[in-house]
Design a protein around this ligand. Sequence first.
Ligand SMILES: Nc1ncnc2c1ncn2[C@@H]1O[C@H](COP(=O)(O)OP(=O)(O)OP(=O)(O)O)[C@@H](O)[C@H]1O
Length: 223
Amino acid sequence: MNPVLQMQNISKQFKSGDQLVDALSSVNFSIQAGEFISVLGPSGSGKSTFLTLAGCLQHPSDGVIRFNGQSLGNLTVKQQTKFRFDQIGFVLQSSNLISFLSVLEHFQFIDKLAGRSFNRVKAQELLENLGVTQLTAYPNQLSGGQRQRVAIAKALYNNPQLILADEPTASLDTQRSFQVVDQLVAEAHQRNKAAIMVTHDERLISKSDQVYRIEDGKMQHVS
Ligand SMILES: Nc1ncnc2c1ncn2[C@@H]1O[C@H](COP(=O)(O)OP(=O)(O)OP(=O)(O)O)[C@@H](O)[C@H]1O
């Protein structure tokens, strides 16, 4: 079986003045459906660069990234946008909800962007599975943990194959952090998704199927 995502010999360099910074060097990584993988690393180690390459938000300077065996480097810009919308669920540090939309209206908005009619039943089911019951509340009426659970539901709404979570617990207390990680793990294991969580917090990795560590742009398999 093809991995959902495979990175082969990936490097990414950025220009900083007249110097080149190696944000990632010779990274090899792969994840199968149903796996939850944590990527640890200190600030500036290359974690966000890794995740944005995995999510086709930017391209490597060198190496090949494959999704279900197909190289992402061959996609046109339009295909990349469609690929991200259909196949990737991004969960970011802060929930990035829209202040003037209620919880349910966020899902209506996704359907509008996709040019289809609103699937209220699907949105409600997903939210209820994640323990969100305040469907008509606005973001400022929710706690940080509830907002992050809405963000996870949003990320899952298009039924993506790959979930990319960038420090998803950064704004949460310890108990809520563990709950959010448990929800991401459950999503991977129960719905056969591939999920990658990038974090600097070693306390959160115990339920991971595999752990990688990035330091100075170099990635190592830890367990
Ligand atoms: N667009 C960019 N232009 C120039 N340098 C960049 C760019 N993006 C990242 N870098 C550099 O690449 C290295 C890795 O950055 P990256 O943001 O991936 O690290 P990180 O581990 O996600 O850090 P943090 O946890 O602080 O967000 C850093 O040295 C950073 O300054």
